[in-house]
Write a protein that binds this ligand. Structure first.
Ligand code: K7E
Ligand code: CUA
Ligand code: CA
Length: 653
């Protein structure tokens, strides 16, 4: 297999090295020994997993009855998965990293909500990313992540970032994939119910910019703009905003005021169009009103024109926000030649809009209609050029797929796979056949296959499905109900993420995977897309203490700073003195450079616990409010003398 460690610039597994490190450290009772062992046997426990895709299953595997061309989902002890999956985890508010095909959860990356393991929301650095009140307390403690998408270059993942939304508090988070940490969170002004996101795939004008520079964000819940308590019952004041965030600075570039709402978001491969499906074109407040119209819409934004309007100052602002807002309401955009946006109609209350990997189509799933609507992007551009009589002429197919279509993914071979929430099925259908049928050949049946899933599926995503490199190997489905699939654990069942092999004509259900509620969206890609780092570059941290002799206490009035290092199994300093009434800041640098040698730092009675990875620096600030001896100690097993890794904070009475 090709996926051995020498194809990566970083080690794939250090289980053996780590074990040897602990053993030799135990014998010698000293820090920093046995480290050479870490460099050997990288591949002993590594090697590739069963199959990277496209390889025929062995006879023995096939006999198990659930193995197709994608290979076995059995990852033997010591073997590594072939793919990463990045999962949005819903109202637990974080991001999860899974190994695919095993479904093993490898990491949770906190962003919007505090995390007790790594001390997210406790350290000063994480609080600065999350956002605080003037008194230093966290602004928000809850989050609801729905959609996660990666950065693109040339229409494929470049492995740099993923972005994820918080629906509750209208925030967009960015995760750096090298260290797998959240490095920025942006609050969208004047937005409620921030739902769909999608990064752009290239610049609409400059061909040299063939990578992601913007992230588009849709608002699902319309509110009076500005939302200041006036006009709460005047429907004409209710609008939604479609927001563009600069993917690099994470600053909000512009917003577009629209009629109706935004649900999910898609972007075109040429960078020219972004779109959102709308289920509430009625501007209804109750669900009965939101279901009144026979057809809703997919709303297309002409990015180049919008940005020209922003540049020309054809904008307003809302409330305290300085972000320029363009007018994308229906009445202001009737003339195709100048329109910033256009609605293509879609049957009643659609859900999900997905871009096909050939770059030609956006597909809206019907939800209340048993259909998917295929919209040809070139025709939408033709409408903007005044060459298409009506925007609905851009619809090229509307296949009947089954009951409750929600989300669609692709295999790169011309097929679409749509979740059917009500039928508890996946429908595999052929896009070209659906187009031919819509064009008049009624003998054609675009439906290729259907398979039961358990139960009530929402999101669906195939390996590289929303990129030009869609390879049709594995496909994950997030089921909203698991009922009888797992041991009962009281009233709340886990969710059921299922993995299907889609290499053949027929889909094969390969694996059930219980997950903590409630995942929504996810992306799956080959593991060589990522090159994560296991040891921090100490220079990433301006506050780092690089040498133990620079540690110690500095006092300025009641403000006390303790610079500290950790090196297994010691902290330096091992004790320090402070007084009641002091405001203490501890800046801890882990100067161990050994992969996997993470230390913790906890101190009793002050709600403090956080981790420092090799080379990492973190700080905490708190007020000393009681006298006594307080042992700070290492929470993360690091050494044979891990339990001895502790020190004293002495507060005179
Ligand atoms: Cu269908 Cu918020 Cu993506 Cu969930 S939405 S499933
Ligand atoms: Cu350091 Cu445990
Ligand atoms: Ca509607």
């Amino acid at each position: 297999m090709s996926h051995t460690s020498d194809t990566h610039d970083q080690p794939l597994s250090s289980g053996i090295g780590r074990r040897r490190f602990l053993n030799s450290a135990a014998v010698l009772g000293a820090a920093g020994v046995g480290l050479v062992a870490c460099k050997e046997d990288r591949t002993a426990g590594g090697g590739a997993a069963s199959a990277a895709g496209g390889k025929a299953a062995s006879g023995a595997d096939a006999a198990r009855g659930n193995v197709g061309g994608a290979g076995s989902v059995d990852i033997k002890p010591g073997q590594l998965d072939t793919h990463y999956g990045i999962w949005s985890s819903g109202h637990t508010g974080d991001v999860r990293v899974l190994g695919i095909p095993s479904g093993r959860e490898l990491l949770r990356i906190p962003c919007f909500v505090p995390d007790a393991l790594i001390g997210w929301g406790i350290t000063n650095e994480s609080k600065a990313v999350m956002g605080t009140n003037p008194d230093g307390s966290l602004k928000y403690h809850v989050g609801d992540t729905h959609h996660v998408h990666g950065s693109y270059k040339d229409g494929v993942y470049d492995g740099k970032y993923v972005w994820i939304n918080d629906k509750i508090n209208a925030r967009l988070a960015r995760i750096r994939l090298d260290y797998m940490v959240c490095d920025k969170i942006t609050k969208l002004p004047n937005v409620q119910g921030f739902h769909g996101i999608f990064p752009d795939k290239r610049d609409p004008v400059d061909p040299k910019i063939n990578y992601t520079t913007r992230v588009f964000c849709g608002q699902e819940f319309h509110v009076p703009l500005p939302n200041n308590g006036k006009n709460t019952n005047d429907p004409k004041q209710y609008h939604c905003l479609f927001t563009c965030v600069d993917s690099n600075s994470m600053k909000v570039k512009w917003q577009a005021r629209i009629d109706g709402n935004c649900d999910l978001v898609a972007t075109s491969y040429d960078g020219k169009l972004a779109a959102t499906n709308q289920y509430n074109t009625e501007n209804g407040v109750h669900y009965q009103e939101m279901m009144a119209a026979e057809r809703d819409a997919c709303l297309f934004f002409h990015i180049e024109r919008i940005e020209a309007a922003v540049k020309a100052g054809k904008t307003t602002t809302l409330g305290d926000s300085k972000v320029p807002v363009v007018d994308c309401t229906v009445d202001a955009n009737k003339d195709p030649k100048t329109a910033l946006c256009v609605r293509v109609s879609v049957p009643k209350n659609p859900h999900g809009v997905n871009a096909s990997p050939d770059g030609k189509y956006f597909i809206c799933s019907g939800k209340l209609s048993p259909t998917c609507t295929v919209i040809e992007l070139q025709k939408v551009l033709d409408w903007f050029d005044g060459k298409l009589a009506s925007p609905d002429k851009a619809i090229v197919a509307e296949p009947e797929v089954g009951l409750g279509p929600l989300h669609t993914t692709f295999d790169g071979r011309g097929n679409a796979y749509t979740t059917l929430f009500l039928d508890s099925q996946i429908c595999k259908w052929n896009i070209d056949k659906a187009i031919k049928k819509y064009a008049g050949d009624k003998t054609i049946n675009p439906i290729v296959d259907k398979i039961d899933v358990m139960y009530q599926p929402g999101h669906i995503s195939a390996t590289h499905g929303e990129t030009r490199a869609a390879d049709g190997v594995w496909m994950a489905v997030g089921n909203k109900f698991s009922k009888d699939r797992f041991l009962p654990v009281g009233p709340m069942h886990p969710e059921n993420d299922q993995l299907l092999d889609i290499t053949g004509d027929k889909m094969i259900l390969a694996h059930d995977n219980a997950v903590r509620p409630e995942p929504h969206d996810f992306i799956l890609f080959k593991r060589d897309v990522l090159h994560t780092k296991q040891v921090y570059d100490i220079n990433e941290f301006p506050l780092a203490t690089k040498d133990p002799k620079d540690t110690g206490l500095k006092r300025e009035g009641h403000k006390v700073t303790v610079r500290m290092t950790s090196q297994a199994p010691t902290y330096n300093p091992a004790e320090f003195n402070v007084k009641v009434g002091d405001e203490l800041t501890i800046i801890l640098t882990n100067i161990d450079k050994v992969e996997d040698l993470t230390h913790g730092f906890a101190i009793p009675e002050y709600n403090i616990q956080f981790l420092v990875n090799p080379g990492e620096t973190k700080s905490v600030t708190f007020k000393i409010d009681k006298p006594g001896v307080f042992w700070y100690y290492c929470t993360n097993f690091c050494h044979a003398l891990h339990l001895e890794m502790r020190g004293r904070m002495l507060v005179e009475g």
